[in-house]
Design a protein around this ligand. Sequence first.
Ligand SMILES: *Cc1c(COP(=O)(O)O)cnc(C)c1O
Length: 380
Amino acid sequence: MKFNTKTIHGGQENTDPAYGSVMPPIYQTSTYSQSTPGGHKGFEYSRSANPTRSALEKSLASLENGNFGLAFGSGLAAIDAVLKLFKPGDEIISTNDLYGGTYRLFTKIFEGLGIKFHFVGMQNADRIEEYINKNTKLIWVETPTNPMMNIIDIEAVSRVAKKHELLLAVDNTFATPYLQQPLELGADIIMHSATKYLGGHSDIVMGGLVVKDKELADKLYFIQNASGAICGPMDSFLVLRGIKTLHLRMQRHCENGEAVAMFLRANPKIDKVYWPGFEDHPNHDIVKKQMSGFGGMISFTTKENTLQSATSIVEKLKVFTLAESLGGVESLAGHPASMTHASIPKDEREKIGVVDSLIRLSVGVEDEEDLIADLKQAIG
Ligand SMILES: *Cc1c(COP(=O)(O)O)cnc(C)c1O
């Protein structure tokens, strides 16, 4: 099955054995009747498994070319489950330019529980080896990175991981499986904030994991059930519904993203524009190798380079909504330094380029002309 067909049918055979409904039913139930103690039809209690969530988990696995999917109450709950594979003394090497909430979870929760993190710029995969020792267990990669749109060569990092027998996890939230398939490039775990492009309509918060290996899946399933950070059946249904148009939305996100990136680059009041589609993007060769398109995420700074200049633009936008999050059908603008990345100390943040004038756009699927006219009036 090819990708576009998978978004609609992947893992969805026989989701309603009772009546044959085309869409998976929303099994809004916590428990399931048993004919005799232990005599059930595969479902006992909805923390352990729920048919609507199972349908979503199969869809996620299919989209990422994995064998097992697991859905959680948020992207961070999914990351939390991955981190619970480890114990005090273990070490993790992570991308240094990271979603703020992931950085907070790593440093404020798991560092306190005895796990040691190294935050490393991974544009050159060879640099990772300096940080590997006998306690190292996992490499955590986010690419494209948020909000600087750096690109990490997943295949090169996976060679390092395999050489040292480390697990490699990739946060595939920004690219989605439509643009990038990390399991095919050697990753062991895919993580998603399904809140973003997979859900696609800014109406749920959810996370997902996909793996190929049965033993790893069993460990993660144990944590999912034992810690209990699952998502409900209604939300599972909404994400399944969102996924059915993932390919259509992503195509338009890419087209509009390109138009907006070109407009910003040509605007005299704009300084830097971060978008992986530019031929002079420092990692453009890797982008072309591992992604099939450039997506709808763009960051930029103003020539004036002040907090005031960024604030003034985001306040004047009308079609773009000033809000956290990304990946929905509607265009959003964010100010990372005061919003998504406020939990990262200012000097840490500025080291990776998150300056006060940086604005991040999630370009939606509206008409391109309206988006550009909106940016034009706001930039002035
Ligand atoms: C939003 C996001 C997360 C966290 O997901 P939640 O669903 O908000 O918990 C993790 N990584 C990336 C890249 C994100 O954009």
